[in-house]
Design a binder for this molecule. Structure first.
Ligand code: HPA
Length: 272
């Protein structure tokens, strides 16, 4: 079996580089209901995911725009992924990590990941913004399976401080300056697409998770393998295993707090 590569098609890298004014420094993945941030990009070049050779083909999921926006945000050249491919849509962990792989290939130094998540911690409620301090990979897979590691190296990527301590400190500082209430917690990544049972939520609580979702983990693992610094935010859209949870409710909760998170991200970009 040929070794797995984290590289992306050269055509995709050229496309982004040609459309960007200057080499992009920061990439961000915008989760459910968070696409509003993408609207803030000045004079964006827009590439639908279908126009990227390496982006995994998935059916549309409500709340996910499915396009790349390249341009300046708060004075920083950025690549924004409005929407992502999830493993529950049938793509591999390696393909789900495509945004991180493309970000690294075009020369970004920082990857900001955002997602909609359910609250596991009793301290959290719908509408809260959570700075991700760490994650627990419960997806049963890993985007680096079959990857031999960097040239001359090994595939055993350290995941301590996967969420960059300096970026975490910066996010805390910007939130405090702006009076944004920012919670912190550990994100548990599950495969989905079914939501958690009540017993699973009790289990997640015991193992130290504060929020739960179905994305982000593959992107962060690939990002760390490729040397990107990572900052992550969850938007709490519901209490995990809450009754009668609909995808519309998840999107609605995301829209309101999404604006606050967008403003916070702009503040952080200004200071990078
Ligand atoms: N569980 C898993 N993923 C989610 C949830 C949840 O409760 N809410 C939003 N994404």
């Amino acid at each position: 079996m040929p070794a797995v590569s984290l590289e992306v098609p050269v055509a995709d890298v050229r496309r982004v580089r040609d459309l960007a004014g200057e080499p992009p420094r920061v990439a961000a993945v915008l989760g459910s209901g968070l696409s509003g941030v993408a609207a803030c990009v000045e004079d964006p070049a827009i590439v639908p995911y279908s126009g990227l050779q390496g982006f995994p083909a998935t059916g549309p999921v409500a709340g996910h725009a499915g396009e790349l926006r390249i341009g300046r945000l708060a004075g920083v050249e950025v690549v924004l992924f409005a929407g992502r491919a999830h493993q529950y849509q049938g793509v591999s962990a390696l393909d789900a990590a495509y945004p991180a792989r493309l970000a690294a290939a075009v020369g970004c130094e920082v990857l900001i990941v955002t997602n909609a998540a359910g609250a596991v911690s009793h301290e959290l409620a719908a509408g809260d913004i959570v700075l991700i301090s760490d994650h627990i990979n419960l997806m049963g897979t890993n985007p680096l399976i079959g990857w031999p590691g960097p040239a001359g190296g090994v595939p055993f990527v350290p995941m301590r401080d996967a969420y960059d301590p300096e970026l975490i400190a910066l996010a805390r500082a910007v939130a405090a300056e702006r009076g944004v209430a920012l919670q912190e917690g550990v994100y548990a990544g599950l495969l989905g697409p079914s939501y958690e049972t009540a017993a699973e939520v009790r289990y997640l609580e015991r193992i130290g998770a504060d929020v739960v979702g179905m994305s982000t983990v593959p992107e962060v693992i690939a990002a760390r393998a490729l040397g990107l610094r990572v900052l992550g935010f969850s938007l709490v859209t519901n209490v995990a295993a809450g009754a009668g949870l609909s995808h519309e409710e998840v999107l609605e909760a995301g829209r309101a707090a999404g604006e606050t998170l967008g403003a916070l991200m702009l503040g952080i970009l200004q200071r990078l």
